[in-house]
Design a protein around this ligand. Structure first.
Ligand code: ITT
Length: 199
């Protein structure tokens, strides 16, 4: 069995990379990426309704990148999405595109005057180690804030108030606080358990 030390995280998102390092590096894994380098990651996101299918497809495209990274024991991808209860499955797998086109203020306008503000984040992580594949998922329930709040985090964080928190948005929390509550924090914890069980 391969001893896992070095994991290539194929992502173009610095926020996701920062949180993956924060979750996995204290547990003895080194997370490397191409973020900030010249080797840009271009994984096609298949049209699918669920994040696991999208993540599985990303990992299947990952092989072509592995040759460009040194001494990699495993390759990891993650697909995350934001889901607003009022609009089933939306923005979901289109989260990146919708955020880019509407912006945070545009999303707040969509929700203007609505009392029902429930929402959730979901994360699906796939880690491939040789022929072994690990799939870990996490979700976090909460609600949309009434305004854009906080300078931390990334993406939708300034709009999302997790239900197990104290009323602050993810963007108003430290990395540790977000990890304890978030979809990604839960998925990473699950992944660590799967890796420990493998030993
Ligand atoms: P990849 O290169 O890893 O695919 P991406 O930015 O396309 O990065 P996703 O498809 O996983 O990432 O995420 C969809 C969108 O949801 C994107 O706009 C993210 O910024 C946002 N998002 C993901 N996780 C988030 C989080 O923890 N907090 C806030 N927004 C998040």
């Amino acid at each position: 069995m391969v001893d896992i030390k070095r994991i290539l995280f194929l992502t173009s998102n610095e926020g996701k990379l920062r949180e993956a390092k924060h979750a996995l590096e204290p547990r003895g894994y080194e997370i490397v990426s191409f973020v900030g380098g010249t080797n840009k990651v271009q994984l096609v996101e298949v049209q699918a309704r669920d994040l696991v299918t999208v993540a599985q497809s990303k990992i299947e495209q990952a092989e072509s990148y592995v040759g460009n990274a040194h001494q990699i024991d495993g390759v990891m991808v993650e697909d995350a999405g934001f889901f607003i209860d009022t609009y089933p499955s939306f923005p979901g797998v289109y989260s990146a595109h919708i955020l880019e086109s509407l912006g945070l203020e545009g999303i707040l306008q969509l929700m203007h005057g609505r009392k029902e503000r429930g929402a959730e984040f979901q994360s699906a992580i796939v880690l491939q180690i040789g022929s072994e594949r690990f799939v870990a998922q996490g979700r976090c329930r909460g609600r949309l804030s009434e305004d854009v709040r906080g300078n931390g985090g990334f993406g939708y964080d300034p709009l999302f108030i997790p239900e197990d928190g104290d009323g602050r948005t993810f963007a108003e929390m430290s990395l540790d606080e977000k990890k304890a509550l978030s979809h990604r924090g839960h998925a990473m914890a699950r992944l660590l358990t799967l890796l420990e069980d493998r030993r």
